[in-house]
Design a protein around this ligand. Sequence first.
Ligand SMILES: O=P(O)(O)OC[C@H]1O[C@](O)(CO)[C@@H](O)[C@@H]1O
Length: 238
Amino acid sequence: MKVIKVKNYDEVSAEAFKVMKEVVTSKKDAVLGLATGSSPIGLYENMIKDHKENGTSYAQCQSFNLDEYVGIDRNHEQSYWTFMHENLFHGIDLPEDKIHVPYGNTKEDCQAYEKAMENVQVDIQVLGIGGNGHIGFNEPGTPFTEETHIVDLTEKTRSDNARFFENDINKVPTQAITMGIATIMKAKKILLVASGANKADAVAAMVNGPVDPNCPASVLQNHNDVVVIVDEAAAAKL
Ligand SMILES: O=P(O)(O)OC[C@H]1O[C@](O)(CO)[C@@H](O)[C@@H]1O
């Protein structure tokens, strides 16, 4: 696990973009594993800027997103489908038929998502990390063997995400569909970005703690190509 410490969020996003650019310029049909939340937004902005100014093409790429809420429409203003279109897909002209975001609430929906991935390997999986060490929506205690599955969101995660639902936790969905940790670990390379003091405990547990489902991100210690980019605040307990 390679840990890069930088000063602030903008530098996290700049360093993350260097890693992403290397992948998409060395492989025209790169398979991008993507995350939502606030952490990757700066990276996505850099991808859009570079695409518009330097013509870096994503026309042959395809994307697989980590997670989506259960029980809200694809086009709900707070769905991760909408988030990704607004924060990345439109900006890099990613072809609509190359976009994959998990959707649904049944075992069959989960199996369909795994099937969509069965003939590809994600070249680079972007991750954020929850304050409790979750990756995607794999909350503490999720077995590392899980593939795409439906999860009940913890109170903390729903509270953390209430900021996107008019600060009303009652409007935050109670479940999500998420790539499992086993799915995430199949990626060739993993790029995790974290910033802010609220991530310091999770980052420390991920990097130096035991490999244990109590900190889902700790599983990344078992992956052979992980780049973690953190600002000073998120790195404070390393
Ligand atoms: O980057 P943020 O907004 O702190 O979110 C951290 C994590 O929480 C989630 O948004 C899920 O709650 C993950 O997708 C994300 O990686």
